[in-house]
Design a protein around this ligand. Structure first.
Ligand code: DNO
Length: 346
């Protein structure tokens, strides 16, 4: 595995040197955050990020995310213009040495939680999702603001978007995803970029909006839409694991064998109140079979990128919910330990 760590660019108050000091750290996972969705990222902005990473002896081989414009998900005629820009981004990122692009195809909202500062017994705080609380969130009331999201997703006119999506059911969303993939994957292939779709988080419809990247049957369907190794997955254990019927270990085993997992997001969750709370990465801290997942990767010689995912807020750290330094660094070290042990025992 190539260990990596999400870094939010120059505005991130986590220093690159600190990231590099995490044992075995190889690459940052980053993006150009302030260019509106659907536009081409200027080459010099991409190169600035790369040079910053390299000056701390880190690679910049993974981009998370190049966001997909809503018109593409909605299948509007304007999608072709946004797809052309997406293709330019793929080409430019390849020129800068990027190997993997993470993106998602969730209508309107990226990951959704109902609490950002749920206090645990040890007084750490973490992200949580309780279905009962979700019922009380009214996205159109204007009070809805989850600061953990990529800012780029939150800027659009929500009411108009919701109206537009009333015409889009799951099947229509599949069609629009296929159209997008058929347009971009040939370029990704020719420039050596692996596209890695992120599953829907949580993996079920929210606020009446369709969600399709949710379980094994749908991942199988997704991979067949364009059956090419460059059309692959970000396998996010916390997202897929929120649905107890997803057998994560056998899914990882199957998709690594198929060469379709390009990027792993590893984190643990604890099932609670019909939903979940994010826990420390350690297997014993939550409900997921983290060691089994790491073993499936190790047994199959996984050589893609892996990052610790959301951490709790500990030791008084203040920062972007899920994206502090300390608990993600503990998570990385835990995953390193599991990985080294598995290797040694082979
Ligand atoms: C949450 C992240 C997601 C992810 C996007 C990929 O912490 O895993 O926001 O970056 O869904 O496009």
């Amino acid at each position: 595995m190539k260990l990596s760590f999400r870094w939010y660019g120059a505005n991130d108050n986590i220093k690159l040197d600190y990231i590099k000091q995490i044992p075995n750290m190889y690459s940052v996972v980053t993006a150009v955050y302030d260019i509106p969705v659907g536009e081409v990222w200027p080459m010099e902005r991409i190169l600035t990020l790369k040079h910053q990473a390299e000056s701390a002896n880190l690679k910049m081989e993974v981009i998370e995310s190049v966001p997909v414009h809503e018109d593409i998900k909605l299948g509007y005629p304007s999608r072709d213009k946004y797809i052309s820009a997406y293709i330019e981004n793929i080409k430019n990122l390849a020129k800068a040495g990027v190997k993997c692009i993470c993106y998602n195809f969730m209508p309107v909202f990226d990951w959704t939680r109902t609490e950002l500062y749920k206090e645990g017994k040890d007084k750490s705080t973490s992200l949580a999702y309780y279905p009962e609380q979700l019922k009380n969130i009214k996205p159109l009331s204007g009070e809805f603001n989850l600061p953990g999201w990529d800012a780029s997703y939150a800027k659009e006119d929500l009411k108009k978007l919701f109206e537009s999506y009333s015409q889009i059911n799951n099947e229509k969303l599949w069609e629009n995803l296929k159209y997008f993939l058929e347009a971009i994957i040939p370029t990704a292939k020719s420039v050596g970029i692996n596209m890695a779709i992120h599953p829907d988080d949580p993996p079920w419809p929210i606020f009446g909006l369709p969600r399709i990247i949710t379980n094994e049957a749908n991942l199988d369907r997704f991979l067949k839409l364009v059956d090419c190794p460059n059309n692959g997955l970000t396998f996010c254990t916390g997202s897929l694991g929120a649905d107890k019927s997803n057998d994560l270990v056998s899914m990882v085993d199957k998709y690594v064998k198929q060469g379709r997992i390009h990027f792993m997001h590893v984190r643990n969750i604890r099932y609670a109140q019909g939903g979940f709370e994010e826990s420390a990465h350690d297997e014993s801290a939550g409900s997921l079979n983290i060691i089994g997942i790491m073993k499936a990767l190790s047994d199959n010689g996984f050589d893609g990128y892996l990052r610790p995912d959301h951490g709790r807020m500990i030791w008084g750290e203040k920062g972007k919910p899920g994206y502090g330094l300390y608990d993600r660094a503990l998570g990385a070290s835990y995953l390193n330990g599991v990985w080294e042990t598995l290797k040694k025992l082979k």
